[in-house]
Design a protein around this ligand. Sequence first.
Ligand SMILES: Cc1ncc(COP(=O)(O)O)c(C=O)c1O
Ligand SMILES: N[C@@H](CCOP(=O)(O)O)C(=O)O
Length: 464
Amino acid sequence: MRYKSTRGQVRDISFKQAVLMGLATDGGLLLPEKIPVLSVAELDSLAGLRYPQLAYAIISRFVGDDIPAADLRQLIERSYASFDHPEVTPVVKKDGLYILELFHGPTLAFKDVALQLLGNLFEYLLKERGEKMNILGATSGDTGSAAIAGVRGKDNINIFILHPHGRVSPIQALQMTTVTDPNVFNLAIDGTFDDGQRIVKEIFNDLAFKQRYALGAINSINWARVLAQVVYYFYAWSRIAAHRDDASVDFAVPTGNFGDIFAGYIARRMGLPIHKLVLATNENNILSRFVASGDYSVGRVVETLSPSMDIQIASNFERYLYYLLDEDAELLQQQMGEFSATGRLQFTTELLERVRDDFATLTVDTEQTLATIRQFHRQTGYVLDPHTAVGVKAGSTFRQGERPMICLATAHPAKFADAVIRATGSAPDRPDSLCEIENKPQRCQRIAADTTEIKDYLAKHALQ
Ligand SMILES: Cc1ncc(COP(=O)(O)O)c(C=O)c1O
Ligand SMILES: N[C@@H](CCOP(=O)(O)O)C(=O)O
């Protein structure tokens, strides 16, 4: 399997090179040169596999012979041994909807699914090459703690995570700042997640700096992140719909940076019978406006009950746009240039029809989010976190007949207790990993949302 960039200047690189490159050196995002398609028999053979086995069946198609099979199997097994549920990502049925629980990893959000694996992959690749790496990432709350949990204490890796000061939930902040291992550096920036992601991309685009400090990416910029997230679409389908006469399903996905739902789009292109991907956003709804009316224009980031989705400029939109433009890298580059200059893109009716074949969409506001948590709790006793509630509201809106609607439960409600208390009147149960978290020592540096200052900080603290 070989990889290429959406911007056309990087091509024919291996899986390992793609993982280490993160952001493509031409400023684009990496994609496989060809997406493998599974036959019906191959799809059916997934039913009954344990999660790590199924993960191997999917991931190995994108790795090829770049990593020996036994090593890849072992990396995958080890990555999912840290989950507290034997199924890793179990599916439960509630109120006619299927809830795909993605929060059984160490930091209680779906990011663990990919970042446990990516942490182990980095360690493996660096050991093989005898190299060191400085990870640089931005978070709106969940990627940061999951990435830190994936690499804390590992040899030859330092990690620098930018989070927007005061704009993540108190538990999300503590899950990052209470990790005081010497290789972990938390930076609270005075700005939004979009500022953090822009700074990260600017730093990666300084190729001399990137090379000098051996920078690595843990955001969904990194193809390995998207790839690991493709797996649970297959897993959920294998548990619910394999062998049904009509094996098609819908997925409802709460969306911010467009990584999770883009993984679903890849699964669909691989032949998984996904009828629709329901793209659910909070009030930061640039993606929803795009699907509904072709209006892809940046607004101001507003604070909502689902802070991890308080994002306007969704990184993986570029990957989707590349496919929408029939893999025309030149046209893609033109469009991205126009978007940087004007903050908007306009789409033809013909392209929009194609978009609507892939996605349905709904914007879910604060009142609807609270009402969904409240009603779902009353009817089923099940507590949704506010991000999941955004997806559940959209999923129940678009559920059709007998076709299973699978809603991605992206975080544990205990990470967002304030919203849950507002909706239900009581606090969600706290998993053991959060007990006493408020009393632990913390380490975090407040810093301006300024690329030069952050580069200076990195240069002082990077492994060399
Ligand atoms: C809990 C939670 N739900 C949903 C999302 C949205 O996922 P994506 O950014 O991949 O669209 C995020 C973060 O991005 C998140 O942390
Ligand atoms: N919601 C995310 C935002 C970053 O997205 P990523 O998938 O590109 O890492 C977060 O929790 O940080």
